[in-house]
Design a protein around this ligand. Sequence first.
Ligand SMILES: [Ca+2]
Ligand SMILES: [Ca+2]
Ligand SMILES: [Ca+2]
Length: 461
Amino acid sequence: MTTSTSVFRGRAIVLALAGFLACGALPARSESFSFTSIGDLPGGSTFSRALAVSGNGQVVGGVSKSTVGVQAEATSWTKANGLVPLGDLAGGTFESYSYAVSNDGSVIVGIGSAADNYQAFRVNNGVMTAIPYAGTDYYSEARGVSANGNVIVGLGSSDDAVSAWRWTQATGTVSLGFVPGDSTSSAYAISADGSTIVGFSGTDYNQAMRYTSGGGMVSLGHLPGGTDSAAFGVSRDGSVVVGYSNTSATDYVAFRWDAATNQMVSLGDFAGGFVNSQANGVSGNGKIVVGYGMSDAGFDAFRWDPANGLQSLKGILNRVGLGPELNNWILVEAKGISDDGRSIVGYGFDPNGNTTGWIARNNLLADVNVDWKVDIADLVQVANLWLSTNPEGDANGDGIVNIQDITAIAEHWLEGAGGGGGGGSLNVTAVPEPSTLSLAAIASLAGAFAYRRRRSAAHNQ
Ligand SMILES: [Ca+2]
Ligand SMILES: [Ca+2]
Ligand SMILES: [Ca+2]
């Protein structure tokens, strides 16, 4: 074991050196992918967490510690302005957290410390106001907000029960009740379109729940063998829900549920360590899930999609050439993902060992399926969306899916796929040529496009 370990280490060092040299030879680093620390507010201890990202991927909500917010101060972050303190509700101690962000970032919701207790807040264009309690509640927190910022959900507590609530300007704060037979509930997310609210409901144990105005609050059940589950993320239209379920007394795993099958499916966990994974967020189209899993090394942020399965986010970021930025970071947990799946936020331990928030971004439009590499799967997706205006097939961002998107994919062929040894995607000499099989596939796809274009031309006459 010692021998193979040292051989492995030797190889790793050689590879790391090769990567370093390749990197140094590059004129500039690629802008296709980025990994950025959100930093820390001045004062207090050095600490931050990214807890949510806006639908458009530009605004990160979270928490840091500051001079006034020694315990915690709610924050927002943008690339242009960095980490910005959001203050706290009036009265009580000073402690606040941002938990969810609207599509354009103009509305941020969370929890603050008010005169009597902790209370849900809404920040609208920089101004923080308390969200009224529901009924006899004396404690509340906001956990989700619709894309337009008009619908906010969370949980509140009275002497009788903790229950999920929904707030709009028109209705005020209204309790959503429980799954029939249960006595507690909590709302943790709302779909971008505002139609669907998810969280959990329960008695001694919880069950993931999904609430719609037409169907009320419905249990999503558990994975086989499970007794305890909860939902933390929901897709744009409410049709995909993610969270965790146990499968035994000790094993907890991330799940993905979709309305089409009405089934919870396990997303698994990393090998090693306890069986302990959880899904926290899902892309707008329901296809990309983020959260955390556990390996021998401890907790690790994951990214999941149907084709690639459960992947270490740090592994992906290393593969696409962000090794230098990631140097010694541990990505403990991914907390949120943007609507287009290109921005993932979370927190971990930075190179100094401090808990710090981060944002990872994939700006490579040619990677239309957003799996952080440009390959045959992107060509297939373009083919499937041929001549549509669907942004998920638009590899060059011009609003139409056509032959120029094939060209864009060819120009970025195998970018992010690895082989650059950490040298970045501009290191074209390190990017393998498309294999014969891939070239044949491209040729046949090109043939299919020509056929479909002729057909479509004929239909238009
Ligand atoms: Ca600080
Ligand atoms: Ca791809
Ligand atoms: Ca296009």
